[in-house]
Structure formats: structure tokens, C-alpha cells
Design a binder for this molecule. Structure first.
Ligand SMILES: *Cc1c(COP(=O)(O)O)cnc(C)c1O
Length: 393
């Protein structure tokens, strides 16, 4: 880090808990400050040497607030470099546009986050990229989907909203053998539960809006990978303009400090809640990787935990689901996820509303599906709340 702040801290430790708090912070601090302050300045002095790579500007994502985040996220995911962006969709769209050229072919998993689904199926084809899908539960379908012009494969480490974990070892083997760029949206897992770069993935994408920030008070994204890949995405992002505001950088860095504590508690709460729901007669089906028969055992072996999401389907469909959600007192009825407060939503009216009914049916997203994002409240209070909401049906 230039600009008089001295070198990056060498004392940042090696464990995730320590890296989340200190990773990438400047050794000497800024003006003696213990935390990295907000640098609310769009432009910076060029200095005596005056080379183009020393120019700092918010849209270039290279102010001190950006750079501490880049170093910290690279350390947390185990990548050479990282880039923060104005939203998760900015990270996903800029990465795909950096990797793909018109004429290329992209393979994606069948079920994707709603915004990503629309971007790859409605925008990329107009831009001259052909797209195919594969079923991550049957990785042999990936082999079939690959073509000579396939440039990249995009998967989600835990799918949304059905929380499936694919046979990721098979996906990595097939993609490596084909020499394509393997991209993974790791938003639901976080590096606390799964570090894809250690297992052969090339690029990790995040909506930092969710667990990485964890407080439902900003929108941000990130890409982590090799210096070469990140530098090409950085260049694309400078042109597309999806830079992260310094104040949002500051909040994201603060949120990251408690990432490990939050996610471990959310892992525990979600597993307990999934077990509770499975025993209720009002529940037709529970979707959570801790349940037997849900998710690939080979894929799950790469995970240290499954995050704070639980999806379930009630007997009685959409109307019963709406009634149940209205009766809940702790989880707020709102889209998004990964914050300290529990949220509950019906994917059919939020995250997957832009899909056609037949597209949703094919993915198994029914009108009665409820997606619960567990926060860090006491699990006893959550269970009591679910109990009284069932009683109100
Ligand atoms: C929310 C989300 C996104 C999009 O992120 P934004 O920050 O809302 O742009 C992408 N992927 C997944 C898995 C998400 O949950």
C-alpha cells in the first residue's frame, strides 16, 4: 500500500477468525487509527513518481478502503487477489463479461440465483454468448453440455432456494479436464464453510450483501481468484462503473470482522431448525444439506458447515405458506438473507419472481415453498416462534 501508510500487517495470523479481523490491514494504521477510517475522497494526489498505475480514483476501486478489503477477502478465500464491486450482480456480470467473448459458450447449473439466471439466459445470448445448462446432481450432464467453444462453467456452491450441494468433486474434474474457467457463487456457503479455490475452482463470486457483511445494511459483491483473472475483471468493472462506495467498503470491512462467529452460530441454528421442521406433520418436505438424502455426499465432504438457510414446503400450498409467515414474530417477511436478523420469504414472490411459472416448476420451486434465513437470535426463541406459528394455522 502506497500513500504513506506503510506495509501490510505481517502479524495477521493464519486462522480464519484472526484474518477476518486483521487480514490485510496496514501495519501502521492511518493517522494512528486502530480501524481503517472511511476515505471519503474521489481522487488522490498522484505523487512525485507520477506513473499511471499510481492514480487512485473510486471508480478504479483502488482507494485505501478498497485495498484493505481486497487483501482481506483474498486471504479469507485463499486467492491471489480479490475485487469488491457495487453489488453481487456487479461481480457476477463483470466477471462473465471479462471471461466471455461473443461467440463463446457458457455452461451453468440448472438452478441459479434469480438475477444470475436472467443475466445468463436473457442478456448473454443477445450479446452473442450461447448458454447451456447442466443438472449439478447428475454431473455427467456437464460432460454432455461441454462444447469446443465452451469458455466457462458457472455453479453455486449451495443452490438457492433448494439448498442443494452438487457432486462438486466431479464438476471440478470434468471442468479441469476440459480446460474451462470454473466459476462458483459461494454466497450461501461463505469461506467459513467452503473454500472453493483450495479444491480446484478458478474464481469465487460473492454477494457480500449477505453473510460477508451480515447486517442487511449495504449491497456489495466480490470476486476472488488468480491475479490474472482479477485484473481482467477489474478492467471490465472500471468501464462498466460498478465500483463500491468507500462508506460501503468501511461497513463491509466492519461486518467481515464477525463473519466467523456469525456463520458458525447460523450453521448450528439452521441444522437444529431443519431437524425440528422435519418432525412437523404440517411440513411436506425440508431442504437442508444436513438432511439425509439431500445433497451429494462427495460434495458435502468439502464443507465445514451449511450456513443459515433452511427451505421447506408446507402441506396446503401458497395460501398456507402466507398464513404461516404472517404468524411468525421473529423472522421478518423480507427477501435477502445472511444477516444477524432472521428473515423469511417465499421465493415465488421474491428471488424467483422473474422466472416464468414453467421455469420455476422445472426447478422444483413451488408456490408453498418457504425460505428461512436464520440470524443469530437464540435458537430457543426461534423454535418457540415456529411452534406458535404452526399452532396458528
Ligand atoms: C443476492 C445474491 C446475488 C446477487 O447479489 P446482490 O448483492 O443482490 O447484487 C447473487 N447470488 C446469490 C447466491 C445471492 O444470494
Amino acid at each position: 500500500m502506497s500513500g504513506g501508510s506503510g506495509s501490510t500487517s505481517q502479524r495477521a495470523g493464519t486462522h480464519l477468525e484472526t484474518l477476518a479481523v486483521h487480514g490485510g490491514e496496514p501495519e501502521a494504521g492511518y493517522g494512528g487509527a486502530v480501524v481503517v477510517p472511511v476515505f471519503q475522497s474521489s481522487t488522490y494526489l498522484v505523487g512525485e513518481a507520477g506513473t499511471p498505475d499510481q492514480v487512485r480514483y473510486i471508480r478504479w476501486n483502488n482507494t485505501p478502503n478498497h485495498e484493505v478489503l481486497h487483501r482481506r477477502l483474498a486471504l479469507l478465500e485463499g486467492g491471489e487477489d480479490a475485487l469488491v464491486t457495487a453489488s453481487g450482480m456487479a461481480a457476477i456480470s463483470a466477471s462473465l463479461l471479462a471471461v466471455l467473448q461473443p461467440g463463446d459458450h457458457l455452461v451453468v447449473q440448472q438452478s441459479l440465483y434469480g438475477g444470475t439466471f436472467e443475466f445468463v439466459w436473457r442478456f448473454l445470448p443477445v450479446w452473442g454468448v450461447r448458454v447451456s445448462w447442466f443438472d449439478p446432481v447428475r454431473p455427467e450432464t456437464l460432460q454432455v453440455a461441454l462444447e469446443a467453444r465452451t469458455r466457462a462453467v458457472l455453479v453455486e456452491s449451495i443452490s438457492n432456494p433448494l439448498l442443494e450441494i452438487a457432486d462438486l468433486p466431479a464438476v471440478v474434474e470434468i471442468a479441469r479436464a476440459a480446460g474451462v474457467i470454473l466459476m462458483v457463487d459461494n454466497t450461501f456457503a461463505t469461506p467459513v464453510n467452503f473454500r472453493p479455490l483450495e479444491h480446484g475452482f478458478d474464481l469465487v463470486l460473492h454477494s457480500c450483501t449477505k453473510y460477508l457483511n451480515g447486517h442487511s445494511d449495504l449491497v456489495a459483491g466480490a470476486a476472488v481468484g488468480s491475479s490474472e483473472l482479477i485484473s481482467s475483471i477489474r478492467h471490465k468493472l472500471m468501464l462498466l462503473g460498478g465500483c463500491l462506495d468507500p462508506h460501503a467498503c468501511f461497513l463491509l470491512e466492519r461486518g467481515l470482522k464477525t463473519l466467523v462467529l456469525r456463520v458458525r452460530q447460523q450453521n448450528r441454528t439452521a441444522s437444529v431448525v431443519a431437524g425440528y421442521l422435519e418432525k412437523r406433520s404440517e411440513v411436506r418436505r425440508v431442504f437442508h444439506p444436513s438432511r439425509d438424502g439431500w445433497g451429494s455426499p462427495r460434495g458435502k465432504a468439502w464443507f465445514g458447515g451449511y450456513g443459515g438457510m433452511v427451505s421447506f414446503e408446507l402441506e396446503g400450498g401458497g395460501e398456507t405458506a402466507a398464513k404461516f409467515m404472517a404468524a411468525l414474530r421473529i423472522p421478518k417477511d423480507a427477501p435477502s438473507l445472511g444477516g444477524v436478523e432472521s428473515l423469511v420469504t417465499r421465493p415465488v414472490i421474491t428471488s424467483h419472481s422473474s422466472l416464468k411459472p414453467e421455469e420455476r416448476a422445472e426447478l422444483g420451486i413451488t408456490d408453498g415453498l418457504i425460505r428461512l434465513s436464520l440470524g443469530i437470535e437464540a435458537v430457543e426463541d426461534i423454535l418457540a416462534d415456529l411452534e406458535q406459528a404452526f399452532a396458528a394455522l
